[in-house]
Design a protein around this ligand. Structure first.
Ligand code: SF4
Length: 272
């Protein structure tokens, strides 16, 4: 990565830090997922010399390798005097899916909204969101957002979309989001991650292209491989879909696809 790009990102972090201290009287929060983008962001924050805290939003469906890395990094950061926090949700992924009554999909990622949007109230948060990771939006599927108009969609904190901006404001949560590496290419991130970052998530060595929940719909067909590596997660999703069908029955909801078992939901979900 060019040093110019690194300098620009550091300047953005410094500006975000000043805004955070002036507006909220609190240091900037670095959102840390243990993936390559947030690792690059964390390293740049360290180099910037700004005061900051680091938060990880627990999804309960991350790979064990990812959680071990979060604990290692947080232990080291705390020894350096940097405050770290794991934001724990009220419901786990395995409770949220039956509660919602349908599986999360590429288009309806209620899970990210639930697990990753809760924190940062009245604070300024820096994320590793980048345009290069923009999700190509597909045509409408069986389950649809309440807003087909993209301008009216809720902006998710880690939703990589080409409409994302360097600075964003969430009025609902009185939160301001800064995306300092928004214009970094994937090659630039990989170069910095490989050569400059202290920590590396072993999940990438297993062939994972992205660090997120096991079974994340954004991984599309790569989930087949994920579930070969983590068969227990496959079992948990099938059991969860079984419970989801029970809940749908209790609520008197029809299933247009005539699902009878969690396995049938799982098979549909994997091919959706
Ligand atoms: S990473 Fe994927 S599965 Fe996990 S919360 Fe976000 S959208 Fe949902």
């Amino acid at each position: 990565m060019s040093t110019d790009k690194e300098k620009i990102a550091i300047e953005r972090l410094k500006t975000a830090s000043d805004m955070s201290l002036a507006t909220y009287g609190e240091p900037l929060i670095i959102a840390y997922s243990a993936g390559k983008d947030s690792e690059v962001l964390l390293e740049l924050a360290k180099r910037s010399g700004i005061p900051f805290e680091v938060h990880h939003n627990l999804t309960t469906a991350d790979a064990p390798q990812t959680m071990r890395l979060v604990h290692t990094v947080f232990k080291d950061l705390e020894q350096e005097g940097i405050s770290c926090r794991i934001e724990r949700p009220k419901m786990s992924m395995w409770q949220l899916i039956p509660h919602k009554g349908f599986p999360m999909t590429r288009r309806i990622r209620y899970c990210c909204q639930y697990f990753k949007e809760g924190g940062g109230k009245n604070r300024m948060v820096a994320t590793g969101v980048r345009w290069a990771e923009s999700v190509k939006r597909k045509k409408r599927g069986i389950f649809e957002d309440s807003h087909s108009n993209i301008e009216k969609k809720i902006v998710l904190m880690n939703d990589n979309d080409d409409k994302r901006r360097l600075f964003e404001r969430c009025e609902m949560k009185a939160k301001t989001i800064c995306n300092p590496i928004i214009d970094f290419t994937t090659d630039e991130v990989l170069d910095f991650y490989t050569n400059e970052c202290k920590y590396h998530n072993p999940i990438y060595d297993l062939g994972f292209k992205r660090c997120g929940c096991i079974g994340c719909p954004l991984a599309s067909k790569a989930r087949i491989k994920e579930f070969e590596i983590f068969p227990n997660y496959k079992k948990m999703y099938i059991k969860t879909f079984d419970r989801m069908l029970e809940v749908r029955k209790q609520r008197g909801l029809e299933t247009r696809l005539n699902w009878q078992t969690g396995q049938e939901v799982f098979d549909w979900w994997l091919s959706a």
